[in-house]
Ligand binder design. Structure first.
Ligand code: BG6
Length: 486
């Protein structure tokens, strides 16, 4: 990758420290980030500590996956400069920044790791200083609004200074290796694509489970909840990648057009349908890994809250390919373990050729594991070689996609920052997708607001409220992961 200039607005903040800088360091060590590149971290206040010292402290808390080499760290610190600027006013800092960014042949990436309330003023200042030329792009980190209207406001404001081609809305789930692989898998294997429809697929499950609670993010989370924090973006994006038609070309335009069609085909949930098909929950106190943990309310010091830390949804895509195939989506905090997984469950065989097979026949399942490891598995039936000829056994055809990460793997944030620098929008979200996703989500949040009291609780360390299991059970189905653990 050729050299670039990257400005991280909110450069000393949480996202920058936990994700962006460790990712950039790994990129530097693995030679994906050229040492001629320059990284500017903006800060409101003056920083009187040398960059290397500050960075050493940062990496003690969130070490890069590749580990730390002292010489490399010193060389990486040399690429970084902290610039003191205000995000709402012009000033000396901006002048100094502009003077350094005169090489318009180099990509200039503005990463807005700041609250959206500052997006407009920051983009306006970038415009005023002429830092929005053809070589520049802006990367927007979520949350992109909290409903359709506020997202449109942000997008309109940013559009005054950066064209859609220059605007990169990040969803870090799209940078995960397994999501990349999903496209390769679907569109480079005849085998899958021929079976990828309602003729053979019974239903699809997408789970993103987290074991942590809201931790230090209570203030943000209380006004957000799992539906807006996870479903509006990550889960709906995964659903799009699973459900979209093969694009004529796997480029940004091709992928985005197909994702849009999926979002347009999502059956809107209204009124009573929301009560029947959406479960929202909030964690109570419980135990995680043998230690007692507090409830959501106690974590936040609240007496009352209807914020969802868990949500499960049964959704439908109304088109020829997917008519009649439910998509079960769920995500939650304080669940027993952290994992993200897509389960494609195929239909039962139409006829058991040997009636004795009925006893243990299982449908085929294709399991795409996104984290903590990248893994593909096909669950199939074979004859049980230890039993007589009527006995069947379920086996797993395993594809360990990338093996263990030795720290050299391209992580999601690095992949996405490099894509932004080379102007590739394939893994970024178009404003129309944001709009359609919010439209679908807004119906649910409005219904919840108008009908308080429907939130269920679940004990920390369990798989969410009973109603989430019932969502499956009443269709004679199970959440694959939980049933497997029993
Ligand atoms: C973020 C959410 O977008 O994704 C967090 O705001 C969540 O609440 C996180 O914890 C999960 O990401 P990952 O990659 O750790 O699964």
């Amino acid at each position: 990758m050729s050299s670039f200039d990257l400005i991280i607005f909110g450069g000393l903040g949480d996202l920058s420290r936990r994700k962006l800088l460790p990712a950039l360091y790994s990129g530097f060590v693995t030679k994906r980030v050229n040492s001629d590149s320059k990284i500017y971290l903006t800060s409101r206040s003056e920083v009187d500590q040398p960059v290397l010292e500050w960075l050493t402290g940062v990496f003690e808390v969130t070490p890069p996956a590749c580990g730390i080499d002292t010489d490399m760290l010193a060389a990486f610190a040399d690429m970084i400069e902290v610039v003191q600027i205000s995000l709402s006013d012009e000033g000396e800092g901006w002048e100094a920044l502009k003077e350094q960014l005169t090489d318009t042949a180099r990509p200039l990436v503005h990463f807005l790791a700041i609250p959206p309330a500052f997006f407009t003023s920051t983009c306006a200042l970038l415009g005023n200083y002429g830092l929005n030329g053809d070589n520049a792009c802006v990367v927007l980190e979520k949350p992109l609004g909290h409903n359709r209207e506020t997202a449109a406001e942000i997008n309109n404001d940013v559009a005054q200074y950066f064209s859609e081609e220059q605007t990169f809305r990040i969803d870090h789930y799209l940078g995960k290796e397994a999501v990349q692989n999903l496209l390769a898998l679907r569109f480079s294997n005849l085998l899958f694509e021929q079976l990828w429809n309602n003729q053979t697929i019974d239903h699809i499950q997408i789970t993103i489970a987290e074991d942590l609670g809201v931790e230090g993010r209570g203030g943000f989370y209380e006004g957000t909840g799992a539906l807006k924090d996870m479903v509006q973006n990550h889960l709906l994006q995964l659903l799009c990648f699973i459900a979209m038609e093969p694009p004529a070309r796997l480029d940004a335009q091709g992928i985005r057009e197909e994702k849009l069609k999926v979002l347009k085909s999502l059956r809107p949930l209204e009124g009573m349908e929301i009560d029947q098909n959406v479960v929202r929950g909030q964690y109570k106190a419980g135990a995680m890994a043998g230690s007692a943990v507090k409830s959501y309310l106690d974590d936040l010091g609240l007496d009352k809250s209807e914020t969802d830390s868990f949500v499960a949804i049964k959704a439908h895509i109304e088109n020829w390919r997917w008519a009649g195939v439910p998509f079960y989506l769920r995500t939650g905090k304080r669940l027993p373990e952290r994992f993200a997984e897509i389960v494609i469950q195929f239909k039962d065989v139409p006829h058991a050729s040997d009636p004795r097979w009925h006893t243990n026949m299982q449908p085929n399942r294709f399991i795409i594991r996104l984290q903590p490891e990248d893994h593909l598995a096909m669950r199939m039936m074979i004859k049980d070689d230890k039993e007589d000829r009527a006995a069947l056994r379920e086996v797993e055809l395993n594809l360990d996609v990338t093996g263990a990460d030795d720290g050299t793997r391209l992580g999601p944030y690095l992949r996405l920052m490099l894509d932004a620098a080379r102007g590739d929008q394939s893994l970024f979200v178009h404003r129309d997708e944001v709009d359609l996703a919010w439209q679908w989500i807004d119906r649910i949040t409005k219904h919840w607001k108008a009908n308080p009291g429907s939130i269920k609780t679940y004990q920390s360390g369990t798989w969410g409220p009973y109603e989430a299991h019932d969502l499956m059970k009443r269709d004679q189905r199970d959440w694959y992961h939980d049933a497997k653990d029993v």
